[in-house]
Design a protein around this ligand. Structure first.
Ligand code: DGJ
Length: 720
């Protein structure tokens, strides 16, 4: 068989194990080509739009890694530290004899359905690295990870273990990162990448929102835009430390390395055990609009827990009562939840602890018994009372954490992550439990299990995680402290696996001091996540704009609160309407009209939620570019669309442009109707209740913005 037919053969095979020259990984629109060079090194020779003629693959030029100085960079698929590639590597190992390198050579590969695996081996040391590429053809998403194992007798340390290396060659590169802080999650910051490195990472162990969220976008050859130009959008599925490195090398090639952050994490890998890296997911799209629709569809089809199931609107008591509640107050709130028309009441922080009752955030964390003098009849009474009011019951937990002032900390000091010989630093007066320890994993699982055993009718849990890992030392791991950050996350996943297996119907919100946890692997376990403690609707327009780059609306918890009372209740509800709607507000403080508005909006939300949650998102006007924000969702059949329009603080005399809709059927007629109006108010939008062709709506557009402060409109567009 000639090389040419061999390559062709592999591209069209479903399951073969062959020594091959060319490995092609394709989705409907994207193609990644890897080729093995004469030194058996695996190199990337193409990544871009899918080639029409697969026979053209033979034209791709092969970099000869290490053969001449001009090819030093090699474009190796999984470059190793310490060899002839001097740039940021994906992999670093210290062998038992102290040798700090490996040369990974191609052994074989398999392609079965959507999964490609390629095994690489060091011919001198017994170490094997297998690279995996899983494709999601219709969503045009590619998943990458690696598995590493060795058969050496002594101690082998992995210094780096990235999931992916991707190369690009273009005149220019533009990065958007998602910078983050408490109450400032997903702030989109853009810059041109110049020579050298830019690192976006988190080293907080648990939460990420003091640093950055695990997402990025890179404009390849042109600045990032919504509908034009090639953009790489990537995210790491890892509920812990991540690192993305963007390096423009001496030949202006961009290298994108994605993986678990290796800082302070030299991992001791025992002989025969497999180290699986985190999963990296990417799409190469035409503009971020297309990329977001792909990612949202992929989340809905393949990743998000219970993605096809409904979600519950809710009333949360956190900002209404904080820690100051009792049975009477809560039962009254169940009545308010019923009056509002939401599905669930969510009891937040402050229901537990007896020796050290949880009156504020200084004590009680870890003691998951109900505070007897606050809630004498326990959780079963609350579940029953909620049910009598026609609402389901949900409860807050923060199971990975402990206050030093708790019975748990007194009983099990060895379960706490803390440095043995140094003063302890407390973040929010608390510490992190050592989830590397299987006994701690049992304890954490037991918190959920105990609540569910006692109250099988609990429908929902909010799983909070407020502290980063401070005082980094695991009493369980002893001298293997380099493993702590990785083993912590694995311990967490073990617990969550057990929770999911035993309670598959439990809805869970991933929360972390606001939006400190929002990664796509966490969302395999959680049905939704808390985007931010910042619920000021103006800030939320930015935060939700950021998350919508990757996340489906169904997973993005958006609550109506008292933040920014200058904004009307309508404006606040209309912003939260874009996500998974909830309320965290005292209804008694609202006027009759405001309460009525909330009730009606919830009804409209329930009627339209399938469109609001559709992955077909069109971001039409960016809040980053002015004083307005307009986004649109369309159902798959293009028969119904919802447009959300917001005026923030428009300038005097500002010229208002039409907003051109997208994603409609050009040939169809659509009726445009403003919904969710305040009681007794009429729409003043000129387009209200008019019929237009899809073509007109998309080419000419309609006026949905104004020069008024803090005004919002929700507009339903229905095919006639
Ligand atoms: C942080 C969360 O983000 C809040 O919503 C709330 O649950 C508090 N923790 C409770 O301590």
């Amino acid at each position: 068989m000639t090389k040419r037919t061999l390559s062709f053969f592999i591209l069209h095979s479903s399951f073969f194990i062959l020594l091959a020259q060319t490995i092609s990984i394709t989705t409907d629109h994207t193609q990644l080509v890897l080729q093995v060079n004469s030194q058996k090194r695996l190199c990337q020779t193409y990544l871009g739009e899918r080639l029409s003629e697969q026979t053209d693959l033979k034209q791709l030029s092969m970099p000869q890694a290490g053969l001449s100085s001009s090819c030093i960079r090699g474009l190796e698929a999984y470059p190793v530290m310490g060899t002839e590639d001097y740039y940021e590597p994906t992999f670093e190992i210290r062998h038992a004899d102290g040798n700090p390198t490996s040369v990974l050579k191609y052994q074989q590969h398999t392609q079965q359905g959507d999964l490609t695996s390629i095994s690489l081996r060091d011919e001198v040391y017994p170490i094997e690295v297998t690279l995996y590429y899983k494709t999601f053809p219709q969503e045009d998403v590619i998943q990458q990870w690696a598995e590493i194992k060795h058969e050496e007798k002594g101690k082998v340390f992995l210094g780096r273990y990235a999931s992916s290396m991707l190369y690009f060659e273009a005149p220019s590169y533009y990065l958007t990162e998602f910078a983050s802080d408490w109450a400032k999650e997903m702030q989109m910051l853009s810059q041109e990448l110049q020579f050298g490195k830019k690192v976006v990472d988190s080293r907080l162990g648990t939460r990420a929102n003091l640093m950055a969220q695990p997402f990025f976008e890179v404009g390849i050859g042109s600045p990032i835009s919504e509908n034009e130009g090639t953009v790489l959008m990537g995210t790491l599925g890892w509920t812990g430390n991540f690192r993305f490195t963007f390096e423009v090398d001496n030949q202006h090639v961009l290298r994108v390395v994605s993986g678990i952050n290796h800082d302070a994490s030299s991992y001791l890998l025992p002989k025969g055990e497999t180290f699986r890296t985190a999963d990296f997911f990417f799409t190469l799209a035409k503009g971020t609009g297309e990329g977001s629709r792909r990612f949202q569809r992929w989340m809905m089809n393949h990743q998000l827990h219970k993605a096809k199931d409904d979600r519950m609107t809710l009333l949360n008591n956190w900002e209404n009562t904080y820690f100051d509640f009792n049975e009477e107050k809560l039962v009254a709130l169940f009545g308010e939840a019923k009056d509002l028309g939401v599905d669930l009441f969510l009891l937040d922080d402050g229901w537990f602890g007896n020796k050290y009752p949880r009156k504020d955030d200084h004590a009680g964390l870890g003691d998951w018994q109900v505070t007897k003098d606050k809630l004498p009849q326990g959780i079963p009474y609350l579940v029953r009372k909620a049910k009598e009011n026609g609402v389901a019951f949900g409860i807050w937990i923060e199971p990975e954490m402990v206050n030093p002032k708790s019975e748990l900390a007194e009983k099990h000091p060895d379960w706490l992550i803390q440095l043995p010989s140094r003063e302890t630093y407390y973040f929010r007066n608390q510490m992190v439990l050592d989830l590397c320890n299987p006994k701690v994993q049992d304890f954490v699982f037991g918190i959920v299990d105990g609540l569910m055993q006692e109250n099988p009718e609990i429908r929902f849990m909010k799983w909070d995680c407020n502290s980063p890992i401070t005082n980094i030392y695991s009493p369980y791991l002893k001298e293997n402290q380099g493993n702590i950050y990785v083993d912590y996350v694995r311990g967490l996943y073990k617990v969550l696996d057990r929770v999911q297996a035993k309670y598959p119907d439990l809805y869970m919100m991933m929360c972390s001091g606001g939006g400190g946890r929002s990664d796509v692997t966490g969302l395999r376990y959680f049905t939704e996540f808390w985007c931010s403690d910042n619920t000021d609707p103006i800030e939320r327009l930015f935060i939700q704009w950021g998350y919508s780059q990757f996340m489906p609306a169904k997973a993005m918890c958006a609550h109506v609160t008292e933040w920014n009372r200058r904004a009307s209740i309508k404006f606040r509800v209309d912003v939260a309407f874009q996500g998974k709607l909830g309320f965290d507000i005292g209804l008694k403080g609202l006027s009759d009209d405001d309460r009525q508005y909330c009730r009606e909006a919830i009804k409209e939300y329930k009627r339209l939620k399938d469109i609001v949650w559709s992955p077909n998102l069109y971001r039409l006007v960016s809040p980053y570019e002015g004083q307005h924000c307009v986004v649109q969702r369309v159902d798959d059949a293009k028969s119904k669309s919802v447009v959300f329009a917001y005026d923030i603080h428009p300038r005097y005399g500002e010229r208002l442009l039409n907003t051109r809709l997208q994603g409609l059927d050009a040939a169809a007629n659509y009726r445009v109707k403003e919904i969710c109006l305040m009681p007794g108010k009429q729409s003043w939008l000129p387009c209200n209740d008019k019929v237009y062709t899809g073509d007109y709506l998309m080419k000419v557009g309609i006026k949905v913005t104004s020069t008024n402060d803090l005004v919002s409109h929700i507009i339903e567009v229905t095919k006639e």
